[in-house]
Design a protein around this ligand. Structure first.
Ligand code: SF4
Length: 893
């Protein structure tokens, strides 16, 4: 991360990745890029950014951008069309389907990457004017179970606490959350609390992740049994009289039923240990810590939400906080760590198919209220189809027109291969996008609408603690790109709804959204920003990050909810929920493993943005499957080799990563790779479509799977100034590198065949320098044109794949001097220094080999020592858990 110049001031905006919602300062460099720094004044991050946020400046390139409206031609190619033609085509296409098949035959699929204003108008068009609630979002895959759990317990989708509770908690319980990688800035706040105040951290996860490295207690719970653990805890609290009867009696209902069910599921520590696969001593320790620590914060994330029983898991956690009255007070409460940057904003406007708008539901009174506010002719009267059901309806041909905005469902949905095929059956298929090509676009999008990207967009997002922040533009939209809200409104006008969609500015949209939230509210609904309904244009543009509610009565912000009850149920009491007994997915003879999917430290979603950053590509550059060393040995797998992972829905070939943190019988694979970035890494294609009955969220963490070794004859890498295409059948992963393109590959090809490929790629003008040893299966070839390195290919036998770090450094240099040119084919740097090794610290580009050498040569004994010597880990802190592991492995206790 570079230091910002003092003058002129940078633009204050918000990171577009995870739900932490960090404030960012962006200063345009005048060449289409920007210098990025953390905003020290933003309450979410207080001057920190993680590796992804720090690398935002690397992702502003226009390469691959969709710059103009496009239409698919009869031959499948895309041709540029005028905006008006595109908008009319979309409007006409939807109108024709609605006229023939009714509003239930059309759908919008939105995204947690949209801004609140974009979301608001899309929801208004579909639910108010088209008359269908078939508008859902990729947030369904992320935190829908938290929404459903909140609504069952609190009567509304309310996050009771605030990030300050992380700083003030004495016990932080993380359930199903690899916060160290997925919410790094919040995780660093937790660690800071531990260091400064001695807060204890309990990590509950089937997988021992980087998050567990700072834990005081790690509970390697059996997959799918979290409900049993928290039922056991509820019983323990009651047995020891640690529940708060006054709070329970005054502010809640149904405690007895929940306790009775909990007793059936896990009535004692021994029963809990049996149900969860944990040691009874560990269970008792956790229970005792929770029981005796008033300030306890329970953070939960995708490991809880992405489950066929995710809503029950959420309610089992909330039950324990309601039972102790530990909610809505400083340092305590249940806390949903949201995955996406604006999942919360989407929930505010009704971006989910089972909400109407502004946290209102499909009751007759609320349908009437929203209809009157919008002056809408045909407000949807019942819930629409949630994401998985929506795409299954497309598969059956029941939904015939779909508009996808800012997301890549052909990669991210369960059964992603079948879903990609289903998209081809659509009669009308519209995609609003930043990029010209991704798996969803390639699935046959007929109309492509160029949307403004981060850095160009203007609006608001809401983070996990209900804090609304401005995303401000600091670059002009390129080509003919337009904001999403503008695109939706222009289509709405062409569908005959001009009166309701003629906003003069994005601030107009925000004011209407705020007014709806306060309309006939009077404290009956949690989401109320009516106090901002008359905000001036200037005040909107200058708006500081603010938590909702911002009620019209002048009370600007209540930091927390429910300390004194006041839930949003008819009787204002919370509901204890009696969860169903856990029914974890079990392996079968054909599929003896359970496949868990999730995120890695330096990538975001399907890599359409983070995949552009060379420094983010160095940490884990290939799609992989993590497997326990014991399972790997039994299955004949080798660390660093390849394996085919198969489920009932598809198969992928992935690099094997033997990992002590994996439990026996469990596999983990990241979600990020797509058909655009890998030959065989689309993990969504393997995931079960089983969903939670309340939230509709898919069970993305538990698909029965099989794993078997795969061997290739050769393995290597290509670095090239222009994109090259590998031969059919090759395994490959595309990696961003400075000054060109990188591919890591493996294939059943001889070195002679690879040489032929290279000569074809680099052209007849290229001067070739090469070393070929057919007997040993080694090829090192570099191609120069006019003295400039155009590309190189290194191939070796599969058990000694060539390393690319030193060669990549030479490739990335603009011009190579004679010395390095001579030594390039050695695979080592010209100054005789060994390879830096795989990068551990993405912020400062510090490699594993450099760290290991410094540990030895400078007698470093801690991650902090490494920071002082090499700067690694001193910016975002995302790599600190790995630094500690490295130092522990090298330094005897
Ligand atoms: S933690 Fe990282 S990815 Fe998340 S908002 Fe902050 S900088 Fe962005």
């Amino acid at each position: 991360m570079n230091a910002l110049p003092q003058h002129p001031p940078a633009i204050r905006t918000t990171c577009p990745y995870c739900g932490v919602g960090c404030g960012v300062l962006a200063k345009p460099d005048g060449r289409g890029g920007a210098v990025i720094a953390a905003d020290p004044a933003h309450p979410a991050n207080l001057g920190r950014l993680c590796s992804k946020g720090s690398a935002l400046g690397d992702t502003l390139s226009l390469e691959g951008r969709l710059l103009h409206p496009m239409r698919q031609q009869a031959d499948g190619t895309l041709a540029r069309i005028a905006w008006d033609t595109a908008l009319k085509s979309v409007a006409r296409g939807f109108q024709q389907v609605i006229a023939r098949d009714g509003p239930g035959a059309v759908a919008f699929y939105l995204s947690g990457q949209l801004l609140t204003e974009d979301y608001y108008v899309a929801n208004k068009l579909m639910k108010g004017f088209i008359g269908s609630a078939n508008v859902d979002t990729n947030s369904r895959l992320c935190m829908a179970s938290s929404v459903a759990g909140h609504r069952r317990a609190f009567g509304a989708d309310t996050v009771p606490g605030t990030y300050e509770d992380i700083d003030g908690a004495d016990l932080i319980v993380l359930v199903g959350s690899n916060a160290a990688w997925c919410h790094p800035v919040l995780y660093q706040r937790m660690v800071a609390n531990k260091r400064a105040r001695g807060a204890r951290i309990v990590v509950i996860d089937p997988r021992r992740t980087a998050t567990a490295d700072e834990s005081d207690l790690f509970l390697a719970i059996a997959p799918g049994t979290d409900t049993a653990l928290f039922c056991g805890l509820l019983c323990d609290l009651a047995r020891h009289g640690a529940h708060d009867l006054a709070y329970i009696n005054s502010h809640t209902r149904d405690f007895a039923q929940a306790l009775a069910r909990a007793t059936e599921i896990a009535g004692t520590p021994a029963a809990t240990a049996k149900a969860t696969g944990l040691a009874v001593e560990d269970v008792e320790t956790f229970f005792a810590w929770f029981r005796t620590t008033p300030r306890v914060l329970t953070g939960f994330s995708q490991g809880v939400n992405q489950s066929a029983q995710g809503t029950d898991k959420v309610n089992a956690i909330i039950n324990c906080h309601l039972a102790t009255g530990r909610i809505g007070k400083p340092g305590m409460g249940p806390f949903s760590l949201t995955g996406q940057p604006n999942a919360m904003g989407g929930r505010e406007v009704g971006g989910l198919a089972n909400q109407l708008a502004a946290h209102m539901n499909f009751t007759p009174a609320e349908i009437d209220r929203v209809g009157r506010f919008w002056a809408a002719p045909s407000v949807a009267t019942h819930e629409g189809l949630k994401a998985v059901a929506m795409f299954e309806a497309i598969e059956r041909g029941e939904i015939k027109a779909l508009w996808v905005m800012a997301t890549n469902p052909a990669v991210s949905l369960p059964r992603a291969g079948a879903m990609r095929d289903a998209l081809r059956r659509l009669e009308v298929f519209v995609v609003s996008e930043n990029v010209l090509s991704n798996d969803t676009v390639e699935a046959g999008a007929q109309i492509l609408l160029p949307a403004a990207a981060w850095g160009e967009k203007d609006g608001t997002v809401t983070n996990s603690e209900r804090r609304m922040s401005r995303q401000r533009p600091f670059l002009p939209p390129p080509g003919q790109a337009q904001p999403d809200w503008w695109i939706v409104c222009e289509v709405a006008k062409r569908m005959g709804f001009a009166a309701a969609f003629s906003y003069g500015s994005v601030a107009d949209v925000f004011r209407e959204h705020a007014a709806l939230s306060g309309f006939e509210n009077a404290g009956t609904r949690d989401f109320d920003i009516g106090g901002l309904a008359r905000i001036s244009d200037d005040a909107y543009h200058a708006l500081d990050p603010v938590q909702w509610p911002v009620r019209p009565d002048g009370v600007t912000s209540e930091a927390r909810f429910f300390a004194e009850g006041g839930f949003f149920t008819p009787d204002r009491k919370a509901r204890f929920v009696a969860p169903e007994p856990p029914q974890p997915t079990t392996p079968t003879d054909a599929f003896p493993f359970i496949l868990n999917t999730g995120r890695i430290r330096d990538q975001w979603h399907t890599m359409t943005r983070t995949g552009m950053s060379p420094r983010l590509g160095v940490h884990l550059p290939e799609p992989f499957v993590a497997v326990s060393p014991t399972d790997a040995s039994a299955a004949g797998l080798t660390d660093g080799g390849f394996a085919r992972v198969t489920t009932a829905h598809g198969a992928c070939v992935l690099k094997v990563s033997c990992n002590d943190g994996q439990s026996r019988g469990a596999l983990f694979a990241p979600i990020h790779w797509s058909g655009a970035t890998s030959s065989s890494g689309r993990i969504g294609a393997l995931v079960s479509p089983k969903t939670d009955p309340y939230s509709g969220q898919p069970d993305s963490k538990a698909t029965p799977a099989a794993i078997a070794p795969v061997t290739f004859a050769s393995r290597g890498f290509v670095l090239a100034r222009r994109k090259v295409t590998l031969p059919e059948g090759a395994w490959w992963a595309r990696v961003a590198v400075l000054g060109g393109h990188g591919l890591l590959f493996a294939a059943d090809l001889t070195v002679e065949a690879w040489r032929d490929c290279a000569v074809r790629w680099f052209g007849p003008r290229a001067e070739i320098a090469e070393y070929l040893d057919a007997g040993r299966g080694n090829l090192r070839l570099a191609a120069y044109v006019d003295g400039r390195l155009q590309g190189c290919i290194f191939v070796g036998p599969p058990d000694s794949a060539p390393q690319w770090d030193a060669v990549k450094a030479l490739f990335e240099a603009e011009a190579i001097a004679d010395g390095p040119r001579r030594t390039l084919l050695s695979g080592h740097s010209s100054d005789g220094i060994e390879d830096a090794g795989p990068v551990i610290c993405a912020c400062f580009g510090v490699g594993l080999n450099v760290i290991r050498r410094a540990i030895v040569s400078e007698a470093l004994t801690s991650a902090e020592d490494i920071g002082k010597a090499l700067r690694a880990g001193t910016n975002c802190g995302s790599c600190l858990p790995e630094l500690r592991k490295i130092v522990q492995a090298r330094v005897p206790a």
